[in-house]
Design a protein around this ligand. Structure first.
Ligand SMILES: C[S@@+](CC[C@H](N)C(=O)[O-])C[C@H]1O[C@@H](n2cnc3c(N)ncnc32)[C@H](O)[C@@H]1O
Length: 268
């Protein structure tokens, strides 16, 4: 007996079992990949991942219904923006501001962005850099990077063909400044989504902090739309729907914009 693994009869038996279990593990993960298995790395996240062919147990609460409202229109805007941006150049870059688990940055990568970035300061604790990078590796997302940063500290030196500022403006007390910065960071398209109050219809309504919160802000549907109009942006498409997961009227409205910059020479 040399002490080397597998040199004894017992070692041989153990190795044989390990090989069998190893084989089963490989077969199991192969089958899981084919069938859209449920995976613990994605469990408890802000989003559900059927877009990527994976099945996960999404975080409980309002996340399920709100993703159902938000993701069809945001995903459509991302797909259109990437396709149109590619008329100008092949290597399209994308950034998701306020990205949480960076779901939309990863969607953009799958939809053809050559480089995709997610930025968040993990203020709400949905996913830290390590977790987001693990998700990207698990989903085999190429050319993705995560930046742990407060959006307020970003300059406008780093520009991207497409900027998605989704689920973020109602989190800050200075939304107009963050909107201006997002527009400046975009070379071709800017995608905006924010929560608006249904409890107020005034065209000049703005509250910071948001009603009942000690942070964030709120516009009405009318006042946020007036802000976008006042900016003179070239709006390709606008959309409104209800965030069915949120109970308070102050939190139920959701506005979406796909905005084209003059430098995007194609007609969307
Ligand atoms: C509602 S989630 C949006 C997630 C995703 N973009 C979506 O729309 O599904 C808002 C995220 O903004 C982040 N956040 C809030 N204030 C921030 C700030 N000043 N800088 C960076 N991230 C911030 C929170 O940590 C949270 O992950």
């Amino acid at each position: 007996m040399t002490g080397e693994p597998g040199s004894s009869r017992l070692g041989g038996v153990i190795n044989q079992h390990l090989r069998i279990f190893g084989g089963i593990r490989v077969l199991t993960s192969f089958a899981a990949a084919l069938t859209g298995r449920r995976t613990s790395i994605l469990d408890g996240l802000y989003h559900e991942y059927s877009f990527f062919g994976a099945r996960n147990k999404q975080a409980e609460g309002n996340f399920v219904l709100n993703q159902k409202a938000k993701s069809p229109i945001i995903t459509a805007y991302i797909a259109l923006a990437i396709a149109k941006a590619k008329e100008v150049k092949e290597d399209v870059s994308f950034v998701e501001l306020f990205c949480a688990d960076a779901y939309y940055a990863m969607v953009a990568s799958r939809l053809g962005a050559a480089r995709s970035v997610g930025i968040d300061n993990n203020r709400d604790g949905y996913a830290d850099a390590d977790k987001v990078n693990k998700i990207a590796r698990f989903l085999d997302i190429a050319n993705f990077t995560y930046q742990d940063a407060d959006i307020n500290t970003l300059g406008t030196k780093d520009v991207y063909d497409i900027v998605a500022n989704v689920g973020g403006l109602y989190h800050v007390s200075n939304p107009e400044a963050v909107l201006d910065k997002s527009y400046a960071m975009a070379e071709q398209f800017l995608i905006i989504q924010t929560v608006v109050s249904l409890a107020n219809e005034a065209p000049d309504y703005f509250e910071a902090p948001a009603p009942g919160w000690d942070w964030g802000c709120r516009y009405s549907r009318q006042s946020f739309d007036a802000l976008i109009k006042a900016k003179g942006y070239d709006v390709v498409d606008r959309h409104f729907n209800i965030l069915e997961g949120n109970a308070r009227p102050e939190d139920r409205g959701s506005l979406y914009y796909l905005i084209q910059k003059p430098s995007a020479t194609s007609t969307a």
